[in-house]
Design a protein around this ligand. Structure first.
Ligand code: ARG
Length: 606
């Protein structure tokens, strides 16, 4: 099944076809003037050119057809068959406006029938466009070994994870790959620093090598900035780091054992940082995993003339004739033979393409400042012929800034750690619960869990409702409040629906989940419910979670007015009361579906 607008598109498309016009012109959209009509079709303007008629004439033909085939209902709420018609009464109003807009209102019976279908469909009408044989890799996070996670990791992690959910829900085999920064000079810097400070460690002898790390994550995280600063100031230290990197890459066993411990500790720390947010990866590979392919790729590219020698280095030229900006070549081997960030990314594509039979896309959610890098990598892979039929896309994310417009820092002026940021959000959520006198009757444990969900909803909603490329200002006061366009507001509304449904249960008021008797006051909520598939499809097609954020917000708001304006439990007409309860349940389920895709969990109560 589909959205109501998509269903109407079929009817109106048939009407265009009956006039000898392309059915595709019959696209029906939710009206942007709900005061005038519920739906609109603007295809008559384009059709007029094809048909060499006036647009209004085309529109009239379509309207007449619709009227005969899907007779106009005489009353909005109880449509009756129009005499002489043979179709069902889908439309209440068919009007031509302006130059040839076709304005449509649908009969309540048609809306109710659509809702009944939606209520019985677990996907709420969202089409399954993909299947499990079609793989999409999402590359996001990109954390570096031994480097504390910081606020900059929030955007790619949250956006990447949400895009993965969207694609999984659409049916694809969507896989999140963290693509760790775990190779290169940083590794040698840390190894050589440890070797200087702890020459006695077994890693630096002839083996056997320790099974468990001889240091903890805090020490690892501390040594990295020291080691990297030392290498900047002291050419001898840099030389040591280079040599250690080379030895590691050539497989020196003690260094490999040490490096494995960097990995183990770093991965544990990343998992621990992300756990409160419920973000997980399917693939824990990194730069190191593809090092093995570099010689064969180099061989392949050189033999086909794609990689060329250039002043001692090996490069892949990626300029194109129609380039209007500078496009430097991708550096495959530097003149000292070292590989670059670009080399590893090409090798990673090579690996992924080999591993997954039916790979449709690789989507990178990475800082927008890396856009040139990805352009070079994508062009190289394309020139090499590694990605025929595979879409490569870089979604460049902006930064999370402080009031000063610079990347967010702590009050002490230090770069904010990821853990610190999540902790501050949870603290703020706890304060807000107290201020609003919510969750007061709960155990400490339950309240802490509610506070975590509120904090996560706030962070993720802010993150996702801002388009990926924008830089936004991190403001906990604004994002953690139960009013306005925020995650906590959505949770509050969702919890409100749940408690209403619980109340009905306690009062012994039963209702059929899929029977609807629509009243005037229900209509705008109902029409909005019927839009879900449109918004989902848009978010999927354009990689835009913010479309779903906006929809969730409108749904919550619409529910709130419905709740304020309509009798629900106090409604005296039993059929209407049951229908309204079914509407509440459906609203809750749709909100839960959308929030679920956004990675936001709803508490049971507050
Ligand atoms: N580790 C990299 C960084 O810190 C990000 C990796 C992004 N992914 C990729 N395939 N290049 O900048």
């Amino acid at each position: 099944m589909t959205s109501l607008a998509q269903k109407l598109t079929e009817l109106v498309g048939a009407a265009f076809e009956a006039q000898g016009l392309p059915a595709e012109l019959g696209v029906v959209r939710v009206s942007d003037r709900p005061d005038l009509c519920q739906f609109q079709c603007n295809g008559a303007m384009a059709a007029a050119k094809v048909a060499k008629k006036r647009p209004r004439e085309v529109a009239q033909g379509v309207a007449d057809y619709l009227e005969t085939e899907y007779a106009q209902a005489t009353e909005r709420t109880s449509p009756s068959q129009k005499a002489g018609s043979h179709g069902s009464s889908h439309f209440f109003k068919i009007e031509i406006a302006g130059p040839g807009f076709i304005n449509l209102d649908v009969s309540d019976d048609t809306i109710a029938a659509h809702l009944t279908e939606t209520a019985s469909d677990e996907r709420r009408g969202v089409a399954e466009t993909g299947n499990q044989d079609q793989t999409i890799i999402l590359d996001y996070g990109g954390m570096n070994v031994a480097k504390a996670m910081h606020v900059g990791h929030l955007r790619p992690s949250v956006i990447g994870d949400c895009l993965k959910n969207i694609m999984s829900f659409a049916g694809y085999n969507a896989l999140g790959d963290i693509h760790m920064g775990d190779w290169g000079l940083q590794m040698g810097q840390i190894i050589s620093a440890f070797e200087l400070s702890h020459p006695e460690w077994a890693y630096f002898g002839d083996g056997p090598y320790p099974d468990a790390p001889l240091f903890n994550y805090a020490e690892l995280e501390e040594i990295y900035p020291q080691a990297s600063a030392a290498c900047k100031d002291d050419p001898d230290r840099l030389e040591l780091a280079r040599a250690a990197t080379k030895a590691l890459q050539e497989g020196k066993p003690g260094y490999k054992a040490l490096w494995q411990h960097f990995m183990d500790l770093s991965i544990a720390d990343i998992k621990d940082n992300l756990a409160p947010l419920g973000i997980e990866f399917d693939i824990w590979k990194g730069e190191a995993d593809v090092d093995q392919f570099i010689p064969e790729i180099a061989e392949d590219l050189k033999s086909r003339g794609i990689a060329e020698d250039s002043e001692g280095a090996v490069v892949v030229n990626v300029e194109r004739e129609d380039d209007n900006k500078d496009m430097p070549p991708l550096m495959f081997f530097k003149s000292d033979g070292a590989v670059t960030y670009g080399t590893t990314d090409v090798a990673t594509i090579y690996d992924r393409v080999k591993l997954y039979d039916n790979l449709l896309k690789i989507i990178y959610v990475v800082d927008k400042r890396q856009s040139l890098h990805f352009e070079q990598v994508f062009r190289s892979a394309q020139r090499a012929g590694y990605v025929d039929g595979i879409e490569l896309k870089h979604i460049g994310n902006g930064t999370v800034n402080g009031d000063d417009g610079k990347p967010f820092k702590t009050r002490e002026g230090k770069a904010m750690t990821f853990r610190g940021m999540v902790g501050a959000a949870i603290d703020k959520a706890t304060t807000r619960l107290d201020e609003a006198e919510l969750a007061q009757d709960m155990s400490d444990e339950e309240r802490a869990e509610v506070a975590r969900k509120i904090a996560v909803a706030a962070l993720k909603y802010t993150e996702l409702s801002n388009q990926a490329h924008v830089d936004y200002i991190f403001d906990l006061d604004r994002m953690i409040t139960f009013e306005g366009k925020t995650g906590p507001y959505l949770l509050y509304q969702a919890v409100r629906i749940q408690s209403l449904l619980k109340k009905a249960e306690v009062q012994g008021i039963g209702f059929a989940e899929d029977e609807f008797v629509l009243q005037e006051g229900d209509r705008s909520l109902v029409l909005l419910l019927a839009e879900l598939p449109d918004h989902f499809d848009m978010a999927l097609k354009n990689y835009t979670p913010h479309v779903l954020c906006e929809y969730a917000y409108r749904l919550a708001q619409e529910f709130s007015s419905f709740y304020g304006n309509c009798h629900i439990l106090s409604e005296e007409d039993e059929a209407v009361r049951a229908s309204r309860l079914a509407l509440c349940l459906l609203t809750y389920r749709q909100l839960k579906l959308v929030l679920g895709v956004l990675g936001i969990e709803i508490p049971e109560r507050m």
